[in-house]
Design a protein around this ligand. Structure first.
Ligand SMILES: [Zn+2]
Length: 251
C-alpha cells in the first residue's frame, strides 16, 4: 500500500510540477529533482544571509585566503560549477564543522582546520561540500519529501489536484526551513559526495590519498568525543574503504 501511494505520488508530482529527472555529476546517478534550480539557489542564499548575520568571519587573512583559493581551484575544474555563484567563508568558531548551502555558499569553521594537516586535507572537505551542491542533494532530499507527502494526500483526494499543487512548493519551503543546515544527508548522498569530491580534488591537482588520511583521523577523533561534523559525516571503516577503492579507479 505504501508502495502504491508512492507510485501515485510520483505520478502526480510528475504531472504537477513537470518531471525533472537529472543526473548527478561524475557518478551519473539518475535523480528526481522537483525543486527548480532558481528556487534551490534562493533558499540557499537566504539561509547564507541569516548565517552570516549571526556569525563572525575569521580575522585571519592567511587562512581565509587559503579557504577561498582552495575552493576556487576546485570549482574551476568542474563545468557543472559554472552555473553557481560561489563564495567561500571562514567563520571564527571552535566547532569542528563545515557545510555548503544549495547554490554555492560554502562555510568552514576555524575549528575544523585544526584537524587538517595540509591543503590536500582541506581540499578533501572542500571537494565533498562542493559535491553536495553540484549534485543538488538538498533539492533531491526536498523532492523525496514532497513525493511522499503528495502520495499520501492524493490517495485521500484524487480529484483535488489544484489544491495539491498549491501545497507542493510550500511543503518544500516548510521542509527547507526546518532542515536548517545540519540535517544529515543520507548514506547514499554522503558516499556520492565523497566520490565526486575525490574526483574533483584530484582533477584540481590535490593528492586524493590525503582524503583517506583525513577520514581516518576523523574516525580516531570521534572515539570518545562528539564532533559536530561527525554527527553529519560519520567516518567509519566503510566510508574509508569506499574512498580507497574509488581512488584506485582513478589511477
Ligand atoms: Zn556531506
Amino acid at each position: 500500500m505504501r508502495f502504491l501511494s508512492i507510485l501515485v505520488g510520483l505520478g502526480a508530482a510528475f504531472i504537477l510540477s513537470g518531471c525533472i529527472i537529472s543526473n548527478a555529476p561524475v557518478t551519473d546517478r539518475t535523480q528526481l529533482v522537483l525543486v527548480d534550480a532558481k528556487k534551490e539557489k534562493a533558499l540557499g542564499l537566504s539561509e547564507a544571509e541569516s548565517i552570516l548575520k549571526n556569525a563572525t568571519l575569521s580575522a585571519n587573512k592567511t587562512l581565509t585566503n587559503k579557504i577561498v583559493e582552495i575552493g576556487k581551484r576546485i570549482v574551476a575544474v568542474s563545468d557543472d560549477a559554472k552555473q553557481y555563484e560561489w563564495d567561500f567563508y571562514l567563520l571564527e568558531d571552535p566547532t569542528i564543522n563545515a557545510f555548503a548551502l544549495p547554490g554555492g555558499k560554502v562555510f568552514f569553521y576555524t575549528g575544523i582546520l585544526k584537524l587538517m594537516s595540509n591543503d590536500d586535507q582541506i581540499a578533501t572537505v572542500m571537494g565533498h561540500e562542493i559535491a553536495h551542491v553540484l549534485a543538488h542533494h538538498g533539492a533531491e532530499r526536498m523532492s523525496q519529501q514532497m513525493v511522499s507527502n503528495v502520495g499520501a494526500q492524493i490517495l485521500s483526494s484524487v480529484l483535488n489536484i489544484p489544491a495539491e499543487y498549491k501545497g507542493l512548493y510550500s511543503t518544500a519551503y516548510g521542509i527547507a526551513s526546518n532542515v536548517g543546515v545540519i540535517l544529515p544527508f543520507s548514506r547514499k548522498h554522503e558516499s556520492e559526495a565523497d566520490t565526486i569530491g575525490v574526483y574533483l580534488m584530484k582533477k584540481a591537482g590535490y593528492n586524493p590519498n590525503e582524503a583517506v588520511k583525513f577520514w581516518q583521523k576523523m574516525a580516531e577523533a570521534s572515539r570518545g568525543s562528539k564532533l559536530e561534523f561527525l554527527s553529519t559525516h560519520p567516518s567509519d571503516e566503510r566510508r574509508i574503504k569506499d574512498i580507497e577503492a574509488y581512488i584506485k579507479t582513478l589511477e
